[in-house]
Design a protein around this ligand. Sequence first.
Ligand SMILES: Nc1ncnc2c1ncn2[C@@H]1O[C@H](COP(=O)(O)OP(=O)(O)OP(=O)(O)O)[C@@H](O)[C@H]1O
Ligand SMILES: [Mg+2]
Length: 455
Amino acid sequence: MKQVNENTILVIEDDSTMREGIQTVLEKEGYRVNCAADGFEGLRLFQTHPPCMVITDLKLPGKSGMHLLHEFLETSPSLPVILISAYGTIDLAVSALKSGARDFIAKPFSIDELKAKVSEILKNVPAPEVKIGAVPTFYGMVGSSPEMQQLQAQIKQVAKVDSPVLITGESGTGKELIVRAIHNESRRKEKVFLAVNCGAFTDTLLESELFGHEKGSFTGAIRQHQGIFEQADGGTILLDEIGEISPQLQVKLLRVLQHQSFQRVGGTDVISTDVRVIAATNRNLKEAIEAKQFREDLYFRLNVLPIYVPPLRERTSDIPDLIKYVMGVKCDSLGVAKPKISADAVEKLQQYSWPGNIRELENLLERVLIFSDSGVITADDIYFDESSEKVPESTGKLSEVLQDTEYRMIKEALEKSGGVKQKAAKILGIKTSTLYYKLEKYGLLEDRNRDNEIT
Ligand SMILES: Nc1ncnc2c1ncn2[C@@H]1O[C@H](COP(=O)(O)OP(=O)(O)OP(=O)(O)O)[C@@H](O)[C@H]1O
Ligand SMILES: [Mg+2]
């Protein structure tokens, strides 16, 4: 038997108005609802998606509610089952209670009655949803895990002084946000904050970005330009991706840090500057030093105050608040209603490894928001984008581009079909056997099997 879906209720009812009504009410409460119109379908859904509760009509085509009750309790003796009995079947309902049904509800019933019975029975199950809304932030940073509390304390400490800071941590962990927090918490907050991505420029351009240049100092230098060391005088600069900086520029940067002065490219004037330098990197600079790619003396100059940002997977207790916050911001900016997020969805998000950290979480939530239309986001709505790790970089060769596209289409079809291969093959317009062949080719076969077992 598969694992029980904590938040899923199975509703078996042949009257479509009644069935859809119950579904709507329960989904609004944050539950995932699976519906069946007859006993056989109900039994099938019970086996494929084991629910935490069943609500079933007594009179059903196929198998009767009474029959189903016995079969359900045989497999899951503690499963709560609520029976719906129409006028004239009350006696049957009473004998169903004796057979182990948890409760019964007589038609016609009110929404409140139904909600009350369900929540009474499921009250020991964890809260079914996360409500999107305001969460406390520290300069736009969400998180109250011990790791985040320590980070905030460090930010406040280092903001009091002017020494260089080196921030390390995986991509998307919030390094830039931390730098802004340091600037805004410091006495420099009224002055300029400027960031430069050292990995995004050629050497010549980066040098000019940092130190500026005189007119005509190199091809394209049509007028004098002030670099960030000059523009941010009195303020703070972020040297992002510091690990990407060339050996020549490392020497020049070291000199500025030592003398608080520099010269523009092609210039002779010595310009003194009062900037706070904060560097950030997701590279391991110690390894870069070993490999003679990074100067050890520069490392020590920058690493006076080190701050390490732990990856999201090491502070999963921050995830519920991050979801609330990020979803709130995204809903506002997209102008859409705020959905509810079921507990199983939150759990799924907490179990993922987040190689792209908070940036990846933001992107995923945006995608989920755009594609969901039910008002409740459940675990089934969440897919992780692992394609970037598995697809070989496209070099522009036709065969590779085609493979790339094929891979993506197969993944999409699998997602749409919930992992059911016959359905996926149909979506793609290929034979199931062909799909199996392709799944094997792309190493997707085992992954999918594993996914199916979890959900
Ligand atoms: N604690 C947090 N609370 C809310 N949002 C966060 C938090 N940390 C990061 N973010 C958001 O995640 C995204 C990535 O953050 P940021 O750009 O600061 O990461 P980074 O570590 O500089 O990444 P990279 O190494 O790729 O440059 C941003 O949109 C940022 O606002
Ligand atoms: Mg960054």
